[in-house]
Design a protein around this ligand. Sequence first.
Ligand SMILES: CC(C)(COP(=O)(O)OP(=O)(O)OC[C@H]1O[C@@H](n2cnc3c(N)ncnc32)[C@H](O)[C@@H]1OP(=O)(O)O)[C@@H](O)C(=O)NCCC(=O)NCCS
Length: 142
Amino acid sequence: MQAQEPELKFRTRRWVKPEDLNPNHTLFGGSLLKWIDEEAVIYAILQLNNPKVVTKFISEINFISAPRLGDIIELGIVATEFGRTSITLKCEVRNKITHEPVLAIEKMVFVNVDEDGKPAPHGKTAITFSKDRLKDDPATLN
Ligand SMILES: CC(C)(COP(=O)(O)OP(=O)(O)OC[C@H]1O[C@@H](n2cnc3c(N)ncnc32)[C@H](O)[C@@H]1OP(=O)(O)O)[C@@H](O)C(=O)NCCC(=O)NCCS
């Protein structure tokens, strides 16, 4: 089922530091992919309300421009589809100051798994937001 209004939310910022660079003195792609995978799996865990979620599929990765030392970048993620056991996300990275696009991934699929690592139905059909999840569990507001 298609999620309603799949608008990217840029919640995570990163400051490009010396240890994140490649020998060309621009951001190392592996560092960026690690940040994206972690951000995306956290998003999937929160949406599916299950800490056992695994990366299944990542589509073409388009490195559009190369951030440099000291740049601030931001990662945007949104759910585009809720399957039976899977969730599909879209990801974009841009320069925080200039909004110049840095990277785009059209499709990242995560699968909700059970204790044995087997795909398990998640029962979710649409994006939820923190305020709604906290409302469901007032204890977490403390
Ligand atoms: C994730 C895993 C449990 C899925 O097992 P599987 O036998 O492929 O499961 P299924 O065929 O039932 O598919 C599960 C879901 O993934 C989706 N899926 C499977 N292959 C896919 C692919 N190539 N592209 C997109 N979605 C895919 C299916 O459509 C299904 O979604 P749905 O239930 O919402 O319709 C298994 O492949 C696995 O353990 N992979 C390793 C995961 C991992 O270690 N990730 C870390 C990366 S290093």
